[in-house]
Design a protein around this ligand. Sequence first.
Ligand code: CAP
Ligand code: MG
Length: 431
Amino acid sequence: MAKIDWYDQFVDLKYKPAKDDIVVLFYFEPPAGMSKKESAGRIASESSTGTWTTLTKLPPRIKKLSATAFKMDGNYLKVAYPAGLWENGNMAQLLSGIAGNIFGMKGVKNLRLIDAKLPKSYLNSFKGPQYGMQGIRKMMGIKKRPLTGAVVKPKIGFSASEHAKIGYETWLGGFDFVKDDENLTSQKFNRFEERVKILTRLRDKAEKETGEKKSAFFNITAETEEMKRRAKLVADAGWNYVMVDIVVTGTSAVQTMTDYCRDLGLAIHAHRAMHASFTRNAKHGMTMQFLAKTMRVLGVNNIHTGTAVGKLVGSKEEVSALADVLREKKTKAKKNLILEQDWGNMKTVFPASSGGLHPGLVPDVMDIYGNEMVLLISGGIHGHPKGTRDGAAATMQAIDAVMEGISLKEKAKKNKELAWALKKWGHHKPK
Ligand code: CAP
Ligand code: MG
């Protein structure tokens, strides 16, 4: 009786990956009644050239393009994918292969894509970030300290002029960026054009008064042609950043916008709203580490990476692994968290730490990230007893304290804004 399936041809525990193979690390659990080997064969087959049954016609090329499950270590599986499977420069196609049908197979009870090691030949088919962290620091005139920003809060509901005034207060308190929230775009009460126009005027005022470069992350999230229109409007008003919600807009829209913004001299701040729908479950979906890797390859300049101590999930280990993916020239492997990755000349990306932060938590976050990050404190400045400007000032004082190597308590003795912040929040870790 002819064999009904050929999954076993996609498993070879003696296989040594070729230099230009893409190697993917998965966490997997076979369903009851199926061996790990049978499940591994299904993963490698369905994400490359196979299907559920043996086929009558099979040109010799197929074997060369087929993936190989080559290493199993408990519930961790490595699969090697020949270079010929992938279209250079097409990130969406990579995801439709290694992060496509396989999540829905009955041949796995759980499956999580942890990381993929991209060979130079594939990596070089993408442009990556146009500025890198050093380029952004140069653009903003900030040599060492973390860059700072705040979302106007409540996240939705202010008019454009009310929004802009809070932004001005944020800048006068010493912050670098005023950020739109992920779900603020161009609603009736706060039209995008209006917001840009008023903030442009107040930016010039704030720069004159402070002598510092001030910027904003305008959320251009929309249909792609509309995103281009909004990006152009922002660039024409002399700004250097826009923000894109990279999960809800999608991989190809992000690829379009990084190219379009490159030509406009605009950096992209990547918000990751919706990521937790597939990154949060430790047994199924995809890690934030891999999502962050795809975004560095596509060329965003900052991306949200969590706080470990704030209101949103993400462990200290995951947060520091994420920082390694974004900031290193050669990312070292961390067992079952990230694979090694030689980034060649691809520039770096700022991790953005945000979510439930306030001045009292600045040392905790800087302990994880050091200075090379964008620190976003929003409710944690607008909720300051003396208002936004003092909230921002309190945060800058907390950053200074960490960089001077003194405690916040010590610093607060001569900095009343910080003292007020500690009086309200202390070291509170929001849930
Ligand atoms: C934070 C925030 C950010 C989250 C996103 C919010 O505000 O603006 O969107 O940080 O999460 O809407 O919650 P607060 P992440 O500072 O007031 O909490 O950074 O994990 O992607
Ligand atoms: Mg937000």
